[in-house]
Unconditional design. Structure first.
Length: 113
């Protein structure tokens, strides 16, 4: 028996949250919610728009629970090249650790070889 990996319908989840709790934020989120597919980056951006930045301690804990697929990692590393960010700057921008950025760069370079 082959198990199919399913992901939550984030578009529906965030649409419901906006509709019931934060209708004033609908305008800011509409461009992301109108996308055909939401990437992990889009989901994080929606979360930040809706719930805004929290306490540093909570933000750090939430960061540990995030996971990124290969496409999202590539998008983050492309962002670094585009804006000529150092690993530290990129880590601060996306709420990552510098070690994570370094690990991803090594992983991507091995993946492309």
């Amino acid at each position: 028996m082959i198990s199919k990996k399913t992901t939550p319908n984030y578009k529906q989840i965030y649409t419901d949250i906006i509709k019931t709790k934060f209708p004033e934020k609908k305008e800011k989120c509409i461009s992301l919610l109108n996308k055909a597919d939401l990437s992990q980056i889009d989901i994080i951006e929606l979360n930040n728009i809706i719930f805004e930045k929290k306490d540093k301690k909570i933000e750090k804990f939430n960061q540990r629970l995030r996971s990124y697929d290969l496409a999202s990692i590539q998008k983050i590393l492309d962002y670094q090249k585009k804006y000529k960010y150092s690993n530290s700057q990129l880590a601060n921008h996306f709420g990552l650790s510098r070690n994570t950025v370094t690990k991803w760069k090594k992983m991507i370079s091995k993946h492309h070889v």
